[in-house]
Write a protein that binds this ligand. Structure first.
Ligand SMILES: [Zn+2]
Length: 75
């Protein structure tokens, strides 16, 4: 007889707030997110992902100066 204990897998905290839950994450620059960008910040380098929101594949992190250009509205 196997004694199977119910295993609660860690990391399944579901925070289903309305809107974008990732915006509540401090790792996202809101100004860039408003501009329709992924805006994820790579904290160790301070770089920001400038790819479109919900882009496929991994993030591409760019220098804060490049991010600032997008926030400034360079079309
Ligand atoms: Zn990204």
């Amino acid at each position: 007889m196997n004694a199977e204990f119910p295993v609660t897998s860690p990391g399944t905290t579901e925070t289903s707030d309305e809107g974008r839950p990732d915006l509540s994450n401090s790792n996202v620059r809101e100004d860039l997110a408003m501009a329709g960008r992924c805006a994820l910040v790579h904290l160790p380098t301070g770089r920001t992902c400038l790819l479109p929101l919900r882009h496929k594949g991994p993030c591409e992190f760019h220098r804060p100066q490049e991010a600032q250009d997008i926030v400034a509205g360079g079309s």
